[in-house]
Design a protein around this ligand. Structure first.
Ligand SMILES: [Zn+2]
Length: 223
């Protein structure tokens, strides 16, 4: 394994992913201050370690025990995580070997480390057991993955709270719900929700978002 290190990040990668690692480091350096600022953080307690795996079995071996702890299953679309406090991610070649990401572009791939870095920062302020619907919604929103918006939330609060990672289209749902929160609340209110996502009345948010979305859809189709 090769290693590069700067002020904020340490990257570990295989020699053949050297160019990729340099690009990952560059996007993280570029986004570092913006994301810390959103979380009202001056700095992180330690440098963030990013491991770019070139062996999918090794990646799975690290990931699966964490998933089991929260009662979630491993899915082939899972290409990055921060369960152990580091950013673990598959190399671009390995991402392209998955069904869900077989046509992922380099630009799309480079969004992944930023998304994961949002989770790393979020871990530093969250005071509750991580609530996936909120943390995935926030991460997709903060990196601007706006192609994720859905036009209907088909799940109840309970389903999203208890079974998030096993639901179809759950990231799009999370993106849409947190997008609605960002429209409604100030940054300091959002920061409070980020610390304690249980402060959000999720069922109310789902119902309200659905009624908003159906109005938007009506407008769209009446044009
Ligand atoms: Zn995520």
């Amino acid at each position: 394994m090769k290693k590069i290190e700067n002020k904020n990040f340490i990257l570990q990668f295989d020699e053949k992913d050297k160019d990729l690692a340099n690009q990952v480091q560059a996007v993280l350096d570029k986004e570092y201050s913006r994301i810390l600022k959103w979380f009202d953080l001056e700095s992180l307690p330690k440098k963030t370690l990013i491991k770019i795996y070139n062996n999918k079995e090794e990646y799975k071996q690290n990931l699966i025990p964490w998933l089991e702890k929260e009662g979630a299953q491993y899915h082939d679309w899972m290409i990055a995580d921060t369960y152990d406090g580091n950013i673990n991610m598959l190399s671009l070649d390995l991402c392209r070997q998955t069904e869900a990401h077989n046509d992922i572009t380099l630009d799309e791939f480079l969004i992944t480390p930023i998304h994961e870095f949002v989770h790393v920062c979020h871990r530093n302020i969250i005071q509750e057991k991580n609530l996936s619907w909120f943390s995935e919604g926030l991460a997709t929103q903060l990196v601007g993955q706006d192609y994720y918006k859905t036009n209907h939330i088909p799940y109840t609060a309970k389903e999203l709270q208890q079974n998030f990672k096993n639901l179809d289209g759950s990231y799009r749902v999370a993106y849409t719900l947190v997008g609605r929160l960002l429209e409604k609340y100030s940054h300091s209110e959002m920061l409070e929700f980020a610390k304690k996502p249980s402060k959000v009345n999720l069922q109310e948010l789902i119902d309200e978002t659905n009624s908003c979305l159906s109005k938007e859809n009506e407008l769209y189709y009446s044009k």
